[in-house]
Design a protein around this ligand. Structure first.
Ligand code: NDP
Length: 478
């Protein structure tokens, strides 16, 4: 198979203007912390320090929640849905106008390839704001009663894998329904949320409707536990999700949790195998596998396993790993040293437990956090790499003989966020989709997102739905 050399095609980073340090976005302006400390955020592809941001303290959290409350009681709750919609359309359009800047900034802070931040993340961010802008004046017709009311102040905590997209998933429906928000981005990826603060100013959003406080887990915990919060929306690990569920139990706070996953991507013997190979690659190597709904368990029917795996390995040798800002890059950097350690540790466990490890020949840059695309074959259901979320570019391959066995293996997980089915027959798709215990089931595709489609999990993958009409319910008093 010919392997082409590509000349470097780096996207210019001159379009972004990263300040040496940032404050907190509270009450419509950037303010210095009261009791917060400062920490550095780095580019995971180079380990270069990008900026210094605040780890908000409890007084900062108080101030942000107060600002959100004042905005809720003041201007925002008096606005009509139509006027709220206008602000959301404005935010959507500014995201589009500044899309190149946002994509470059996301790739620098997160490590994801520019091809993905430019073509997937940022367009979906704008689409989310456009979609919920459309709902803002139609809530009476959304199926939640004649005059559904907002909840109040929403505390929103998001992870580092899709920083700006998760912000959009949280902020757009909250604002459309008439809530105000305090959002905390992840410790390692605060920069696009801070750029969004600037977008809120540019859109003349009333002060305090959106507040953005940076920080680590402690800031998140303080925010979740704050008595002035009416709603908690969290995306992240199942472990932290459990802590949050415990801390809000017995309070009036409404909660949605979008947690981990260990999705099965099931390839039946009649599947179009070349297409399935592309879907498997997209399922687990998209965004370096830092995807809660990643197709991290490939279940392939035994009779086509050899052919499929040969095709998959061939395809993986063509993936290009390296500079996230290079437009030819398929696999970028792992988001943090901590995450890299976790991926390495679980991959070593996979080998120790007896699975066979394979990676294509692949040169890793010297600086930064990198992990090659990796495939484990000979995996059994009891292996940790078949049970635990690795959250990296690591695929575990299991085989099955009958569709019933495939369903049993696919559902044999504490998670239930997503699944995929590859087959030529519509009847098999419907049969499998009914039996797979997963919030999203993709058929002959994978990792496809749309703001109109609800997303969320069963079992330990969390509860509540984001996106679509269902996503409104999470921000209304229903
Ligand atoms: P976390 O669940 O710790 O992080 C998610 C968000 O919650 C971050 O903003 C984090 O802040 C914040 N947070 C951490 N602790 C608390 C707390 N006690 N109360 C409130 N908020 C808190 O995920 P990690 O970044 O630690 O990743 C660990 C593992 O979680 C990954 O290896 C992966 O398996 C899984 N994961 C799953 C995601 C998903 O989408 N399902 C997303 C991210 C991770 P901070 O960033 O400062 O820690």
């Amino acid at each position: 198979m010919p392997n082409f050399d590509y000349a470097p095609a780096p996207e210019s980073r001159s379009i972004v203007d990263i300040q040496p340090s940032y404050g907190l976005f509270i009450g419509g302006e950037m303010v210095d912390p009261i009791d917060g400390t400062r920490f550095k955020t780095v580019n995971p592809a180079t380990e270069e320090v990008l900026s210094e941001v605040v780890a908000a303290g409890s007084q900062d959290v108080d101030r942000a929640v107060d600002a959100a409350r004042a905005a809720y009681d003041g201007a925002w709750s008096r606005l009509s849905g139509r006027d709220r919609g206008k602000y959301l359309y404005r935010l959507a359009r500014i995201v589009q106008e500044r899309s190149r800047e946002l994509a470059v900034l996301e790739s620098i802070d997160n490590g994801k390839p520019i091809r993905e931040s430019r073509d997937v993340d940022v367009p979906l961010v704008a689409a989310h704001f456009f979609y919920y802008a459309g709902w803002a004046d139609k809530l009476d017709y959304a199926g939640f009663g004649p005059d559904p009311q907002p909840l109040g102040v929403a505390a929103q905590i998001i992870p580092w894998n899709f920083p700006l997209l998760m912000l959009a998933w949280k902020i757009a429906p909250a604002l459309a329904c008439g809530n105000t928000v305090v959002l905390k981005p992840a410790e390692t990826t605060p920069l696009t949320a801070l750029a969004f603060a600037d977008i809120c100013q540019q859109a003349d959003l009333p002060p305090g409707v959106v507040n953005i406080i940076t920080g680590a887990g402690d800031t998140g915990r303080t925010l979740v536990e704050h008595p002035g919060v009416d709603k908690v929306a969290f995306t992240g690990s199942t472990e932290v999700g459990r802590q949050i569920a415990r801390s809000v139990a017995g309070t009036r706070k409404k909660v949605t949790l979008e947690l981990g996953g260990k999705a099965a991507n099931v390839v039946l013997d009649d599947a179009p195998l070349d297409q399935a190979v592309e879907g498997i690659v997209n399922g687990i190597f998209f965004n370096q596998g830092h995807v809660c709904c990643a197709g991290s368990r490939l279940l392939v029917q035994e009779s086509v396993a050899d052919e499929l795996l040969a095709g998959l390995k061939r395809r993986l040798t063509t993936l290009r790993l390296g500079d996230p800002l290079d437009k030819n890059t398929d696999i970028g950097a792992i988001n943090s040293a901590e995450q890299l350690d976790k991926i390495r540790m679980l991959s070593e466990v996979g080998e120790t437990e007896g699975a066979e490890r394979w990676s294509p020949p692949c040169e890793l840059p010297e600086r930064g956090f990198w992990f090659p695309p990796t495939v484990f074959t000979g995996v059994s259901q009891s292996h940790r790499i078949a049970r635990e979320e690795i959250f990296g570019p690591v695929l575990s391959v299991l085989t099955f003989r009958t569709p019933t066995e495939a369903i049993e293996k696919a559902n044999n997980t504490p998670y239930g966020l997503s699944a995929g089915v590859w087959t030529d027959k519509g009847s098999r798709i419907l049969w499998m989709a009914q039996k797979l215990r997963a919030g999203v089931v993709w058929a002959n595709t994978f990792n496809r997102f749309d703001p109109t489609s609800p997303f969320g999990g069963y079992k330990e993958s969390g509860y509540g739905r984001e996106g679509g009409r269902h996503g409104l319910g999470a921000y209304l008093d229903v």
